[in-house]
Design a protein around this ligand. Structure first.
Ligand SMILES: [Zn+2]
Length: 189
């Protein structure tokens, strides 16, 4: 079997890969703050602390938002499916999916299929595992990363920013209010 050629889709179907506007640090901060606001509301309504927003090609307009619904309907994959039903591929390639946390395997793959050209996340999967702890019924955190998943998807060059130091600290601090109530005690007596 022939191996996948890096950038093959970009070279062979250029109309689906229009140029993306480079993202500034201020835009990154604003996108994460928008996602965090969705997460904050979700947690106040009893959901887990995960949220995502889709930002348009201008790197500023929030087009769609999604919270985590449950353990199989994650914020990022739910948002990616919604985005794909709203917008054409060549538009989505210039959009960015912002997430408070690093997208898991299911979500990264859905973002790939939805043809969203950029991912920005604040907290990493390793940091999430520290917060949830082992055997947390609300989230059996996986041990792998968005970039690892995308290494297996070389036909498209999806940009990834994250984890972010400053925004990540805020996300961790806020999310821990939820996880500290659900993780198993370190030394159960
Ligand atoms: Zn996920």
């Amino acid at each position: 079997m022939a191996s996948l050629n890096p950038g093959a889709a970009t070279a062979l179907v250029p109309e689906l890969f229009p140029e993306r506007t480079p993202m500034t640090a201020d835009q990154i901060g604003a996108g994460i703050r928008a996602a965090l606001e969705v997460q904050r509301r979700a947690v106040s309504l009893g959901k887990r602390p995960f949220a995502a927003v889709l930002v348009g090609p201008d790197n500023g307009s929030v087009l769609l938002t999604h919270q985590s619904v449950d353990q199989v309907n994650h914020a990022e994959s739910s948002l990616a499916r919604l985005a794909y039903s709203h917008y054409p591929k060549e538009f989505l390639w210039r959009c960015t999916l912002f997430s408070t946390w690093e997208p898991c395997g299911m979500c990264t793959a859905t973002i790939y299929w939805a043809h969203i050209g950029r991912i920005v996340f604040a907290g990493s999967n390793d940091q999430l595992y520290e917060l949830t702890g082992p055997g947390n019924k609300e989230n059996f955190t996986m041990d792998w990363h968005t970039r690892d998943m995308l290494k297996g998807c070389p036909q498209k060059n999806i940009e990834v920013f994250g984890p972010l130091e400053v925004e990540g600290r805020t996300v961790i601090e806020e999310s821990d209010k939820y996880w500290s109530r659900t993780r198993r005690p370190a030394n159960p007596s």
